[in-house]
Design a protein around this ligand. Structure first.
Ligand code: PLP
Length: 364
């Protein structure tokens, strides 16, 4: 039997049929595709950070329980006393851990859609059934009735709700989310990846609901390269998930670096406030462009579309002008014609707007 046949015989069909997550090469481009914080750190703080790393014992395994890091995370993010936290190598890994723990035959992972692509991808990888409930047009709000009907019919083991939602940028009505938590027969994970850019958190509700888990990441805050996410919730759930977390999933460099940056939350806070101001300016300027529809955003990115130029063409024309954003056309039927731009530095936003203005001007 040749190798090709062996691969087909051994690898699960769901994996054979899927595609690897594609990350475009951004070398030399203005990178506005991945919700990264564009701001740099002052030299004196970078030097202090290197000093902290100087004595890292990289020949030793990291602290498997990350005791010191968790202590700081609890304080900085005001984790309620009744909740534990679990750390992931990014929150992507936490989604995977939850899915692995729940993957009994026939178990369903449910999410409104369009939403974060990893919910579906991880469900496939972990052998869970995925079910999506469409958001309502044109504002991408939660369809409360459809969500409740899906909960009753499919009895999902877990519901993932991103708040604010990616890629639409909006916050869903808090009372609707709470009704879903009350009605859900299984777990509800509220993914607060963009918490720093919104004025809304469901963390206090963990004390009230025993099926509610809150997920956060430090990526969108400004530390994407370090890979750290956490899950907060009741011990009864987190103790089970801990059994599936690989013991050394958070490296010594990440543990020490995040600890250092958490001691400088004032810098991160100033950067995120700046991004919020720049976001509001970007939305204002985009909405003045002819033929352009812009959705409101409580995150560090903006969803928009332009009449008269196909989204893939616009995406490619921007890339030819060295600007990389995300084309969402084709990702979901409700996203037809849509593109997503991350809020960059003032200069980057300006370069993006200038290129887009030239393109939309020539279309009309
Ligand atoms: C970016 C993102 C994540 C994943 O972030 P990590 O970098 O893996 O921590 C999770 N959820 C949503 C909604 C996101 O947009």
């Amino acid at each position: 039997m040749d190798t090709e046949d062996k691969v087909r015989r051994l690898i699960r069909p769901a994996v054979l049929q899927s595609a690897a997550y594609h990350v475009p090469d951004a070398a030399g481009l203005v990178k506005l595709d991945a919700m990264e914080n564009p701001h740099s750190w002052p030299d004196n703080l970078r030097d202090e950070w290197l000093h902290v790393l100087r004595d890292t014992r990289f020949n030793r395994y990291p602290d498997a329980d990350a005791v010191e890091l968790k202590r700081r995370l609890r304080r900085v993010f005001s984790i309620p006393d009744g909740a534990l936290i679990l750390l992931g190598n990014g929150s992507d890994e936490i989604i995977q851990i939850i899915a692995l723990a729940l993957a009994r035959p026939g178990a369903v992972l449910l999410a409104p859609e369009p939403s974060f692509a990893m919910y579906r991808a991880v469900a496939m990888a972990a052998n869970l059934e995925y079910a999506g409930v469409p958001l309502r047009e044109p504002e991408f709000s939660l369809d409360g009735e459809a969500m409740e009907a899906a909960l009753d019919r499919l009895r999902p083991a877990v519901v993932f709700i991103a708040s604010p939602n990616n890629p639409t940028g909006n916050l869903f009505a808090a009372d609707l989310i709470e009704r879903i938590v009350q009605r859900a027969p299984g777990l509800v994970v509220i993914d607060e990846a963009y918490h720093a850019y919104a004025d809304c958190s469901f963390l206090p509700l963990v004390a009230r609901y025993d099926n509610l888990l809150i997920m956060r990441t430090l990526s969108k805050l400004g530390l994407a390269g370090l890979r750290l996410g956490f899950l907060a919730g009741r011990a009864c759930w987190l103790e089970e998930f801990e059994k599936l977390r690989l013991p050394y999933n958070v490296s010594v460099l990440t543990q020490k670096s995040i600890g250092f940056f958490l001691d400088h939350m004032d810098v991160l806070g100033e950067q995120t406030r700046q991004i919020r101001r720049d976001r509001d300016r970007l939305i204002g300027e985009l909405s003045r462009l002819p033929g352009t529809t812009v959705w409101p955003s409580a995150a560090n990115f903006v969803l928009f579309k332009v009449d008269g130029i196909a989204a893939p063409v616009l995406h490619e024309e921007l890339r030819r002008r060295d600007i990389l954003i995300k084309c969402l056309d084709g990702a979901h039927p409700l996203l037809r014609g849509c593109l997503r731009v991350t809020v960059g530095s003032a200069d980057e936003n300006h370069a993006f707007l200038a290129a887009l203005t030239a393109l939309t001007g020539s279309a009309s």
